[in-house]
Design a protein around this ligand. Structure first.
Ligand SMILES: C[S@@+](CC[C@H](N)C(=O)[O-])C[C@H]1O[C@@H](n2cnc3c(N)ncnc32)[C@H](O)[C@@H]1O
Length: 261
């Protein structure tokens, strides 16, 4: 099984952040505009049935479950328990928050964070339709989370961290928000090796979850540098069977887990 850990990581050579010729604010605005348009037009990319087991989404109305912009299933990975507090980074239309809310129950709480007003409006309207009373959506950035220190049991995220122009800051913020003993469970796009120069660069490719993808080894070192232990970055599903045949630097879906001790 292909699995990267801190000890197996070669030296980090590529960048964690927006290229120096692109300002971080430019990345953020391009990403925000891209997802505002997705929210306005309700255009999804993937279809929830390709990401989640049917049993997980069967209680969610199709108009909500069909609006996913994720690349995996962080809910099953997170193994959430009754009564836990969960933070979802880049909550979009809120699907993962509603699924997490079903797991943590009325005694638990789920907080979705997103920077795009149109997405927050959509997520809040969906919460009303779902009659979800244990879910709250907060406006904010992954790089400055609207969350108190050491209050959260689990952080989940679905295809968002790749969009950040400052991933080390995101990892520090997640570490700050988690309780000791808390964990992070993320689906994201990564590469195996430095981004292939043939892969599209620029704002549109960044907003489409391609150009900002981290190398797997940078994901491991970034989380480790922020203080996490048991950091694991693994190709999702069958990708690991053909990872060695994949050209270096091509983006693919991965699952990422780590703990704060
Ligand atoms: C690819 S969508 C994923 C949405 C959701 N997680 C899902 O699975 O459908 C990315 C979401 O993250 C938000 N986002 C991107 N970068 C962000 C940042 N730096 N801070 C806060 N939200 C961000 C966008 O507004 C958008 O709603």
């Amino acid at each position: 099984m292909t699995q990267l850990t801190k000890t197996s990581v070669p030296q980090n050579t590529s960048s964690c952040c927006a290229p120096s010729d692109i300002k971080q604010t430019e990345v953020r605005e391009a990403v925000r505009e891209h997802y505002a348009e997705r929210a306005r037009t309700s255009t999804s990319c993937c279809g929830s049935n390709t990401l989640y087991d049917e049993s997980l989404i069967s209680n969610v109305p199709a108009e909500i479950s069909d609006f996913t912009l994720g690349c995996g299933d962080p809910i099953t990975m997170a193994n959430l328990k009754e009564g836990e507090t969960v933070l979802d980074l880049g909550s979009g239309g809120g699907l993962d928050c509603f699924l997490a809310a079903q797991r943590v129950g009325a005694s638990g709480k789920v907080i979705g964070v997103d920077m795009t007003a149109e997405m927050l409006a959509k997520a809040r309207a969906n919460a009303t339709k779902m009659k979800a009373t244990n879910v709250e959506f907060r406006e904010g950035y992954l790089e400055a989370l609207p969350a108190e220190d050491s209050r959260v049991d689990g952080v989940i995220s679905n295809c968002v961290i790749n969009l950040s122009p400052d991933k080390p800051q995101v990892f520090r913020e997640v570490y700050r928000a988690l309780k000791h003993g808390g964990r992070i469970s993320v689906s994201d796009i990564v590469t195996n090796g430095e981004m292939n120069p043939l892969v599209a660069k620029g704002m549109e490719a960044w907003a489409a979850c391609v150009a900002g993808a981290l190398d797997m080894k940078e994901y491991v070192s970034g989380l480790t540098d922020a203080g996490f232990t048991d950091v694991r970055v693994q190709p999702k599903d069958k990708t690991q069977n053909f990872l060695s045949a994949l050209p270096v630097g091509v983006p693919f879906s991965a699952t990422i887990t780590a703990r704060k001790i």
